[in-house]
Design a protein around this ligand. Structure first.
Ligand code: TPP
Ligand code: SF4
Length: 250
């Protein structure tokens, strides 16, 4: 019988530590599928961040480096420049990429480093207990904004994909979601394109995934999944904000 579904070769067969309903596991799988698709398993060096994805080296059957505290894009820059024939991706949460690591991602993007950036936006610091992140939505309650995020005091949710699209070195910037199969298929397509930007030496490829954190949102997995569709998507519009390939055709 023809096998139509299997574990990606680039993913080690061990249980994830993620909470039930967390989207990190789905996103890990999509990244592993893309690594398999382009036959990159033996050439890939992943760069992990600080946050719930910190144990990436336990899950990917590729080389993985740890670059905590927002330094993933800077470390990935060094790795890619030293080993240009390797495929290099970072995997970063919103606390990591859009708070501690803002400078690193902005400058790596502006320089057009040939890396692929997987950005997981769950509007909170998951690993450390649900503090307010730069992506926390107006009115959202967190442990450090118990009355809801006030834009007057804390500003507005930062829209990383839109910012990335403005930077010259970025070849591709998209925001996707994995809350249902239709969106998951679109996310897969976006990730493939971001991989191709590196493989074709076009520039930095950036994909922002809207992601559920049922534990810190204090919601059931089902409710958290709906929350992504109903509350997060209106705040963080999905779509491709830049694609160098289509810009060239215009
Ligand atoms: C310099 C520094 N600041 C803060 C922390 C604490 N810390 C650990 S994980 C994390 C953020 C995790 O949030 P996020 O990047 O959104 O990833 P998630 O866990 O939600 O996937 C922080 C702030 C730290 N380890 N070092
Ligand atoms: S705390 Fe949130 S982001 Fe971290 S594993 Fe649990 S659900 Fe996922």
């Amino acid at each position: 019988m023809k096998q139509v579904f299997k574990r990606p070769t680039s993913l080690i067969d061990v249980p994830f530590h993620f909470c039930p309903g967390c989207h990190h596991g789905i996103i890990h799988r999509l990244v592993a599928e893309a690594i398999d698709r382009y036959d990159l398993r033996e050439k890939t060096i992943g760069v992990a961040s600080v946050g719930c994805s910190v144990f990436m080296y336990d899950y990917f059957d590729t080389d993985v480096l740890e670059a905590p505290h927002g330094r993933a894009a800077a470390v990935a820059t060094g790795v890619k420049r030293a080993r240009p024939r390797n495929f290099v991706f970072t995997y970063q949460g919103d606390g990591d990429l859009a708070a501690i690591g803002t400078a690193e991602i902005m400058h790596a993007a502006n320089r057009g480093e040939r890396i692929t950036v997987v950005f997981v936006n769950n509007t909170t610091y998951g690993m450390t207990g649900g503090q307010m992140a730069p992506t926390t939505m107006p009115g959202q309650t967190t442990t450090t904004s118990p009355y809801g995020r006030s834009t007057e005091d804390a500003g507005y949710p930062i829209k990383m994909s839109e910012i990335m699209a403005q930077l010259g070195g970025v070849a591709y910037a998209a925001r996707v979601s994995v809350h249902d199969p239709k969106h998951l298929m679109k996310a897969k397509k976006a990730l493939n394109r971001a991989f191709e930007c590196q493989l074709n030496r076009e520039g930095l490829g950036f994909v922002e995934f809207l992601s559920a954190c049922p534990t810190n949102w204090k919601m059931s997995p089902l409710k958290a999944n709906r929350h992504v569709a109903d509350v997060m998507v209106p705040c963080f519009p999905l779509g491709v904000f830049k694609d160098a390939a289509s810009t060239e055709k215009d």
